[in-house]
Design a protein around this ligand. Structure first.
Ligand code: NAD
Ligand code: ZN
Ligand code: ZN
Length: 336
């Protein structure tokens, strides 16, 4: 089968012809039709994080397609089902996190396109219990970005505890951020968006943001505070240390700063302001299978729609280069 493979940590993938994966009794084999390209894939292929993936690796955790083979122990999925394989490739199912509806914190989890091979390939093996079905009427290309960018931002907004009418600042209007704006609007929140350039301005405003600020030219913190008196919550998807600090500084007293982006840097926090202002700073990692089903429902009901440019798997190195420069508007989905 055809696959894009990382053999070194230089962000260059090679299109290779490799053996189709064999499945275990609890697994299914998915013929991948489309896979979104997440910035996490770029971090993976660059070896950015403290825990590095084992090479060679097939990245991709927004792979969707059709089930073509079912393991002997699988009873609830059949050939022909349309499913997606998210970042949470599997979890143990019996630890305190799995049992308390927080499976994305499971210490024994596997991650698609990171600790196991993912969706940048014609076929991908998956754990039958951890795939999520693509709702009827939603095509593979439109569904793919929901399996990471969608569920992650939907969950981050839930974690923010912002309520209808509250202000939320979304930092980074990329693959994740442009969906965050839409989920926020669908939840009745008021949105300030932060990124750079006119393409992202037009995108954010067309999706319902009330203000857009450019981190290269505007005084982000002062402007957001003057427009909103400080936001009730911020969700930072920016791959930038400066963006993280600003996303903290714009939160009003008692508000929440939700960290989502994963630049390989630290974020210094002022103790005095955090204590006196009663601000919460919280990390949010993807979402559970239930969160994923819920976030797909918004899309199936026409409330949210990923803005997509479709490309080929062979274009992956060019896509990574554009992503590195922040030049992608919306999400790139590779068709396979
Ligand atoms: P992306 O490249 O599509 O978007 C990132 C955006 O941030 C770009 O539009 C860029 O212009 C913008 N940006 C850069 N500096 C900024 C700043 N100072 N202020 C505001 N915006 C700024 O990336 P993506 O696929 O949306 O992923 C974003 C980050 O989220 C990555 O680090 C990725 O690894 C991480 N991620 C986290 C989770 C999670 O579960 N927490 C899930 C998926 C991705
Ligand atoms: Zn577990
Ligand atoms: Zn992702």
């Amino acid at each position: 089968m055809k696959a894009a493979v990382a053999n070194t940590f230089d962000s260059i993938l090679k299109i290779e012809d490799i053996a189709k994966p064999k499945i275990e009794p609890h697994q299914i084999l998915v013929k991948i039709h489309a896979c979104g390209v997440c910035h996490t894939d770029l971090h993976a292929c660059h070896g950015d994080w403290p825990v590095k993936p084992t090479l060679p690796l097939i990245p991709g955790h927004e792979g969707v397609g059709e089930v073509v083979e079912v393991g002997s122990a699988v009873t609830h999925i059949k050939n022909g089902d349309r499913v997606g394989i998210p970042w949470l490739y599997s979890a143990c199912g019996h630890c305190e996190y799995c049992l308390s509806g927080r499976e994305s914190l499971c210490l024994s989890q596997e991650n698609a396109g990171y600790s196991v091979n993912g969706g940048y390939a014609e076929y991908c093996a998956a754990h039958a219990d951890y795939v999520v079905k693509v709702p009827e009427g939603l095509n593979y290309v439109d569904a793919a970005p929901l399996f990471c960018a969608g569920v992650t931002t939907y969950k981050a907004l839930k974690v923010s505890e912002a309520k209808p009418g509250d202000w939320v600042a979304i930092f980074g209007i990329g693959g994740l951020g442009h969906l965050a704006v839409q989920y926020a609007i669908a939840m009745g929140l008021r949105v300030v968006a932060v990124d750079t350039g006119n393409a992202k301005r037009e995108l954010a405003m067309s999706l319902g943001a009330e203000y857009y600020l450019d981190f290269k030219t505007d005084d982000i913190v002062a402007d957001i505070i003057s427009k909103t008196s400080g936001v009730h919550a911020s969700v930072c998807t920016a791959v930038s240390k400066v963006g993280f600090r600003q996303s903290y500084d714009v939160v009003r007293r008692g508000g929440k700063c939700v960290l989502v982006g994963l630049p390989p840097e630290d974020m210094p926090l002022p103790i005095f302001n955090t204590v006196l202002n009663g601000v919460s700073v919280v990390g949010s990692i993807v979402g559970t299978r239930k969160d994923l089903e819920e976030c797909l429902e918004f899309v199936a009901r026409g409330k949210v729609k990923a803005i997509i440019e479709e490309k080929k798997l062979e274009d992956i190195n060019e896509i990574f280069a554009d992503m590195e420069k922040g030049e992608i508007t919306g999400r790139i989905v590779v068709s396979i």
